[in-house]
Ligand binder design. Sequence first.
Ligand SMILES: Cc1cc2nc3c(=O)[nH]c(=O)nc-3n(C[C@H](O)[C@H](O)[C@H](O)COP(=O)(O)OP(=O)(O)OC[C@H]3O[C@@H](n4cnc5c(N)ncnc54)[C@H](O)[C@@H]3O)c2cc1C
Length: 425
Amino acid sequence: MTSAAPARKTQIVVVGGGAGGLELVARLGATFGREKFDIILVEKNRTHIWKPLLHEVAAGSLDANLDEVGYRSHCHRWGYRFFYGALEGIDRDTRHVLIAPILDEDGSEIMGHHRIRYDYLVLALGSVSNDFGTPGVKKDCLFLDSRLQADRFRTKLLNHCLRVSRIMSLDPGRNEMVRIAIVGGGATGVELAAELYNAAAALKHYGLEVFDESRLQVTLIEAGPRILPQLPEKLAEAARGELEALGVRVLTGTQIVEATADGMVTKSGELIPAELRVWAAGVKGPDVLKDIGGLETTRNNQLVVKPTLQTTRDDRIFAIGDCAYLVPEGETRPIPPRAQAAHQMAATAFSNLRALIKGEPLKPFRYQDHGSLVSLSHYSTVGSLMGNLIGGRSVVLKNVSSRTVQGMKFPDSPYGMKMACGENP
Ligand SMILES: Cc1cc2nc3c(=O)[nH]c(=O)nc-3n(C[C@H](O)[C@H](O)[C@H](O)COP(=O)(O)OP(=O)(O)OC[C@H]3O[C@@H](n4cnc5c(N)ncnc54)[C@H](O)[C@@H]3O)c2cc1C
């Protein structure tokens, strides 16, 4: 007598273990268990670092090794499986995600192309910087999209600081500077500019005795009429004042048309000289999402979703976070690419997946803007709290550490994924 084949488990695959995906997969793992379900996270990195901290990693004021979460130990604790690999396609006919070959550090193949079956799929791949096709940006600018890129920025920054320190200790009369141009006056660019001064001030305690923040020359370049367009004008002005007091040159209404190895070229033909050039002027979905699996995508590679967060052409596939495109009913603008949106979408995707599996009706996603806080390192913080919920409350906080701000930035999500995922969901 042959024994019956074991029943096939329902497989829920989440691709991308960032702000939205990691929270979702932990909730799914803890709720569904392993007996009848297999919850799988596919992620191209081995560890997670909370993306809103990357400017601190880049400036060197945060050691990413101390703040990261290892997916292998996290999945063991939260009841999901971790698959290390990068999504490269979706076969919707057979319901498989296609994973790119895994290479070791020398480029030799550890594992070839791979396929993972799914019954339900959630795409949470986040976003990458959008260079809008500006010549030279890919080659000559640094980005803050990942831990790797933040580490690369920090190494280059330290090397330039070391160079300046060495020249000045040999010849104290020299006026050497580390020149940094940051394109994009949104929260990322503003926070990075302020954090650089904090980090530079600390360098003298780490062996660079003749180096301090006065050796930094940071230019923040924004094409629009003002920095921090997401904040009320008064607060953006306050932030600008704080930055200028630190020594940042703030240029608004200045469009960059080219990046070179020497600096950034403006539309009027001026070269803004810079040894380090950072591009933080907007985001788009990762290129792999472009028309992936025949799903509907925008020009910016975002996946168009219905109010339930299901993709428009496949009810079994959800998208959340920065890679999802949803214009809420009655609104004209899409949900912004922000951690609080990813967090809220993870909660809706969780309850809608549960409803879909049980055959119950799904709920529409409702975004609640809790406001924005922009941390100017430990110098100051500007922001508007509670968004539109209570009419908005503007704040300028002095001498508030960026750590405190991280906690306040995400009022309905404890600071950091370590804590967010360390509690029972
Ligand atoms: C410096 C900086 C500061 C920020 N500050 C704030 C802030 O103060 N407040 C705020 O609300 N938002 C902030 N943001 C934006 C916020 O980080 C994002 O909105 C949020 O992280 C989006 O979450 P997500 O889950 O969609 O994507 P992410 O958190 O980016 O996660 C995406 C995950 O997908 C993985 N991935 C990508 N491609 C693949 C692939 N092909 N295969 C497998 N895995 C893949 C990535 O490795 C990553 O782990 C900031 C961003 C930056 C860069």
